[in-house]
Design a protein around this ligand. Structure first.
Ligand code: GDP
Ligand code: MG
Length: 225
């Protein structure tokens, strides 16, 4: 078998999808404080309950139940990490953070959770990118806004950010274009994309983006010269 030295998963969707397909469970932490320290680049998936986060992770990794897609929102409170890369050569991890904003969660718990999440997003050393999943029919909720506000300084310093508009199949073309324009303005200098697990829309683009973000010239965007 010959190897194409120009093969680049950052530009070739087939390779990028193959890379995501290697995803396997690494560990679960009951709280963010219990996450293991890791060297490899980490991408966090965040969003309110029912935004479509589990479905998006399962679709992107082409695995049926990697992230448990629940009909009962607000259930999963632990953080799950998934390894990417060939066995024995993990080159990135996905962090599936608990959905927030579920109505039945007591206010106290919500506030506590918000603090812990912000803390993770601001201090996790190997975090290179954040994917915020939003149902465009609802738009950014108060908690989404708070999260965006919290990470904005880190985005300005080079943290990659993607506002992913889920369930795009539920929108007409006009609605989708409008939602995307608004999302681009809201993305705090990051990216915005339409995504549909049902119609397999946006998968290739997101897969290549995630590869590039975890493999291209890492290091601080702000130099201290
Ligand atoms: N039509 C449609 N429904 C979706 C899509 N993605 C997720 N859903 C539905 O939205 C609900 C919440 O999805 P889930 O992945 O469990 O959301 P999570 O709470 O953010 O993990 C489920 O009923 C999914 O079937 C999509 O791309 N299109
Ligand atoms: Mg879920």
């Amino acid at each position: 078998m010959t190897h194409d030295l120009t093969a680049d998963p950052g530009r070739d969707p087939r390779l990028a999808n193959g890379w995501l397909h290697t995803a396997r469970f690494l560990t679960t932490a009951p709280q963010l404080e219990h996450l293991p320290a890791l060297e490899v680049p980490e991408i966090a998936f965040v969003g309110r309950s029912n935004a479509g986060k589990s479905t998006a992770i399962n679709t992107l990794t082409q695995q049926k139940r990697l992230a448990f897609a629940s009909k009962t929102p607000g259930r999963t409170q632990s953080i799950n990490l998934f390894s990417l890369g060939k066995q024995g050569a993990t080159d990135a991890v996905l962090a599936d953070l608990p959905g927030y904003g579920y109505a039945a969660v007591p206010r106290e718990a919500k506030i506590r959770w918000q603090r812990v999440m912000a803390n993770y997003l601001l201090t996790r050393p190997n975090l290179v990118a954040v994917v915020l999943l939003v149902d465009p029919r609802l738009g950014l909720t108060e908690l989404d806004e708070a999260l965006l506000e919290a990470i904005r300084p880190r985005v300005e310093q080079g943290l990659k950010f993607l506002l992913l508009l889920t369930k795009a199949d539920k929108l007409t073309r006009t609605e989708a274009n409008k939602a995307l324009s608004i999302a681009k303005l809201q993305s705090a200098g990051g990216e915005a994309r339409l995504f549909s697990a049902l119609k397999k829309q946006g998968l290739d683009e997101v897969a290549m983006l995630l590869w590039r973000w975890t493999h291209e010239a890492a290091g601080p965007a702000v130099s201290d010269e």
